[in-house]
Design a protein around this ligand. Structure first.
Ligand SMILES: CC(C)(COP(=O)(O)OP(=O)(O)OC[C@H]1O[C@@H](n2cnc3c(N)ncnc32)[C@H](O)[C@@H]1OP(=O)(O)O)[C@@H](O)C(=O)NCCC(=O)NCCS
Length: 173
């Protein structure tokens, strides 16, 4: 299995894969919108098994942390969604995608990655609850432990406090 950046010919297969993983179309449409809007500012990777269907996909897209006046204090990325073909789940594909995407983000100098996800899954990749660090989720009803951050550049995040601004397309989910 090869983890690589997606290319234009992958787009339709990525859409189908995400729909299959989530058993609905919403996350696949979200990825189409984020890709169209952010282009290379997003990280979009596929898990490719040569000669077979794609095994998985992950997207990281731009977000910012705003202070109480609404000024941007730090820009980073949000991890969402990560999708693994239902036939190949629980065999390490999602983990490989998360680790590769975080490596890509770090190589670009991204100071942080946030996500809303399962508290049992993401800590293994370096994610910790964001609230206790002073980084707030903008959405009501998200359990505190589900809103997580990976600080890829600890020094750059030292004094950073505020609320994450996600791309408005996430509000459609
Ligand atoms: C969640 C998902 C990406 C994980 O990928 P994966 O390749 O199946 O997982 P891995 O093999 O890398 O890791 C397996 C571990 O993840 C855990 N795991 C798998 N799916 C999980 C889920 N939905 N919630 C919490 N933990 C999950 C397994 O229990 C296992 O834990 P363990 O190592 O402690 O035993 C994949 O199951 C998937 O695509 N699910 C449907 C879409 C989804 O819910 N995406 C995440 C939200 S954006």
């Amino acid at each position: 299995m090869l983890i690589r950046p997606e290319t234009e010919p992958d787009h339709a297969r990525v859409h189908a894969l995400i729909s299959a993983a989530f058993q609905r179309d919403d996350e696949a449409r979200l990825v189409d919108l984020l890709r169209a809007k952010h282009g290379d500012a997003a990280i979009s990777l596929v898990a490719d098994v040569p000669g077979s269907d794609l095994a998985g996909h992950i997207m990281l897209s731009p977000v910012a942390i705003l202070d109480e006046r609404g000024s941007v204090v730090r820009e980073g990325l949000a991890l969402a969604p990560v999708s693994v073909d239902p036939a190949g789940q629980r065999s390490g594909v999602g983990s490989a995608l998360c680790r590769s995407a975080l490596s890509c983000a770090q190589a670009r100098g991204t100071p942080f990655v946030v996500l809303i996800g399962h508290p049992a899954y993401y800590p293994r990749f370096g994610f910790v609850p964001a609230g206790p660090l002073g980084i707030q989720c903008p959405y009501d009803g998200v359990p505190e432990e589900a809103f997580m951050i990976a600080r890829l550049d600890r020094a750059a995040m030292e004094e950073v406090r505020g609320t994450v601004r996600f791309d408005p397309v996430f509000e459609g989910l």
